[in-house]
Design a protein around this ligand. Structure first.
Ligand code: ATP
Ligand code: MG
Length: 570
């Protein structure tokens, strides 16, 4: 289904939010800059609001005082002019003149005058309610009029100033007091001042404060960005150099400039890296010396061993002429010489691998053929151990580029191990092919592996039962060599095992050299619902026998003895 516009926008928003979250978590600089700007914004907003309030109050108060003063003198002037009048006609003339003269003449018309008949005046109305210019009479609120009538003193109040015929109103101040008109009685004289100029001034101050505040916050952000950059850059550089050091680039160092704290940090970091490099170098040298020693000793032992071998073979051949204890000694000598030779071969192989530069002789081969050859070669051993070797070949070709000699060695060791630890129960050798990988697994139903042992088995000289005499069994180098062989191929060698349920060892190789393995075509651990062979018990499951399998399960009987001569892994 094609995404609709509504789906695309939230997806883009989600991506942007995820990106921001990631940046926020990873960038110390971003966090410092954002926090500084937010705190700066809060401070600027509070200070700006306080400042604006003070300025506003000051301006209005000043205007109110000025208005009261102007109203006072205006009222005195009006009263004195009204006192001179006698008669109704003259009164109307003076009143008509009075209002325009008391109102301001400036074009902004900041002062207007209203004359209203007193609330308690019950004389005949000879003078109507009047206002200068077109000021609406309703501008004067009733409660102000009541206060003026009640106190008889000057009273002031904030009002909305409106002209007749206009809906627009502006804030203003009305200051009123009583005047006494001859014949007409008590009237109220109001001076109305508009606050438009003050309003404009306050708007200007507000704009200035907002603009200044935004500029200040941006400036704060820029400053914190520059400052944190100075601190964060060396830290980032240290992290990068540490990463490179851990990836093996031991010569990388930080740039240490100046004498400040950051320069000292860089210098200490470099000293640490130098010490580490020296120690790693020493360890490498030591390891090289040890490898060389093992290699030299193994080589040196070869010549005397060959001589001893020839002599021992001679004695072994004629042992029938010896008395029984001497004949037994000749047999023991022969067995232990086999083990000695095998150990020497393994040591030389390990030394060669450690020295590096091992080259693979790659050729395309089918893992099914390799497995069949190994199984065939192990027939004598399987007969001796009592285990049936079941070859379950893949129905599809398992062709990969491999060093056949090494893969055969790995597989032989796995099969021999399975025979040694399989308790005489069947052993399945499966092959499988995937998209980019081929695999072979060897599954036995013997002693199995204890928790944690599936990793330990690949260690050099590790053997499951340390109490087992060193004069028996293998040397514990077979799986270590097999791991190196798998690694040289860019493959995996993995183990699974549980006590009493047996083990499974799986070798996975990439079909093409250099291809990164992602999965194996064969399972390692058995499925939980898979029926198991119980140790020593009857078969619960038997895999289909491969037509090519040369082996049959031997008649049930007592467990035959282990082979006296160990089978080498290579
Ligand atoms: N199929 C298995 N079941 C149980 N334990 C195993 C199995 N395969 C290996 N192990 C354990 O892992 C150990 C190491 O195996 P490895 O093949 O490296 O050495 P080895 O067989 O003892 O000697 P060699 O060097 O002759 O192969 C074995 O001694 C054994 O304890
Ligand atoms: Mg082995």
């Amino acid at each position: 289904m094609r995404p609709t516009g509504g789906d695309v926008v939230p997806a883009a928003c989600r991506r942007a939010v995820d990106w921001l979250r990631l940046r926020w978590r990873r960038s110390l600089q971003l966090r410092v800059v954002a926090t500084t700007m937010l705190l700066g914004l809060a401070v600027v907003a509070v200070v700006g609001a306080l400042l604006l309030d003070r300025i506003q109050n000051g301006l209005v108060e000043e205007r109110l005082n000025a208005a009261r003063g102007e109203a006072l003198s205006g009222r005195a002037d009006a009263q004195s002019r009204l006192d001179t009048v006698s008669g109704t006609a003259g009164l109307n003339l003076v009143v008509n003149d009075l209002l325009p003269s008391l109102a301001s003449t400036d074009p902004d018309r900041t002062r207007d005058v209203v004359l209203l008949r007193g609330l308690d005046n019950d004389r005949p109305a000879v003078v109507p309610n009047l206002s200068s210019r077109d000021l609406a009479l309703s501008v004067i609120p009733l409660d102000l009029r009541r206060r003026v009538a009640a106190t008889g003193r000057q009273e002031a109040q904030f009002v909305k100033v409106r002209r007749t015929g206009s809906e627009r109103s502006v804030p203003g101040i009305a200051v009123g007091s009583r005047v006494s008109l001859p014949v007409a009685g008590d009237y109220e004289l109001y001076f109305v001042f508009t606050l438009e100029r003050e309003q404009e001034t306050i708007a200007l101050v507000r704009r200035t404060l907002v603009g200044g505040g935004v500029a200040l916050v941006l400036l704060l952000g820029a400053i914190s960005w520059v400052v944190t950059r100075q601190v964060v850059s060396p830290v980032r550089q240290a992290a990068l150099v540490a990463q490179r050091l851990s990836s093996g680039r031991l010569h990388d160092r930080m740039i240490a400039r100046g004498e400040d704290d950051l320069a000292r940090l860089a210098a200490s970091f470099n000293t640490m890296a130098q010490n580490l490099q020296r120690q790693i170098g020493q360890l490498e040298n030591l390891s090289r010396v040890q490898q060389r020693f093992v290699s030299d000793v193994s080589h040196e032992l070869r010549t005397p061993l060959t001589t001893i071998r020839m002599a021992a073979d001679l004695i072994y051949e004629v042992r029938s002429g010896f008395d029984p204890p001497t004949a037994r000694s000749a047999e023991l000598l022969e067995t232990q010489l086999d083990r000695f030779e095998a150990l020497l071969d393994d040591l030389l192989e390990i030394s060669r691998i450690d020295a590096g530069g091992e080259l693979l002789e790659l050729e395309p081969a089918d893992l099914r053929d390799v497995a069949a050859r190994v199984v065939e070669a192990t027939v004598p051993l399987s007969a001796a151990s009592g285990s049936v070797l079941e070859l379950v070949p893949s129905s599809t070709p398992c062709v990969a580029e491999m060093d056949v000699r090494r893969v055969e060695r790995v597989l032989r060791n796995l099969v021999v191990n399975a025979l040694e630890h399989g308790n005489g129960l069947p052993i399945e050798i499966r092959t499988g092919a995937g998209h980019d990988a081929v695999a072979v697994s060897v599954r036995d139903h013997g002693v199995g592996l204890k928790p944690g042992e599936s990793a330990l088995v690949f260690n050099r000289f590790w053997r499951g039962d340390p109490s087992r005499a060193r004069t028996l069994g293998g040397t514990g180098l077979g799986l270590a060599i097999a791991t190196e062989d798998a690694r040289l191929h860019g493959g995996w060698l993995q183990a699974w095992g549980e006590p009493g349920r047996g083990s499974c060892f799986r070798l996975t190789l990439p079909s093409r050299p250099g291809h990164e393995l992602e999965a194996s075509p064969l399972p390692l651990a058995p499925r939980t619902d898979e029926a198991e062979l119980t140790v020593g018990g009857p078969y619960l499951r038997l895999p289909p026998r491969a037509p090519s399998s040369p082996l049959t399960r031997p008649e049930p009987g007592p467990m035959p003895p282990r082979p006296s001569r160990p089978v080498r892994s290579g």
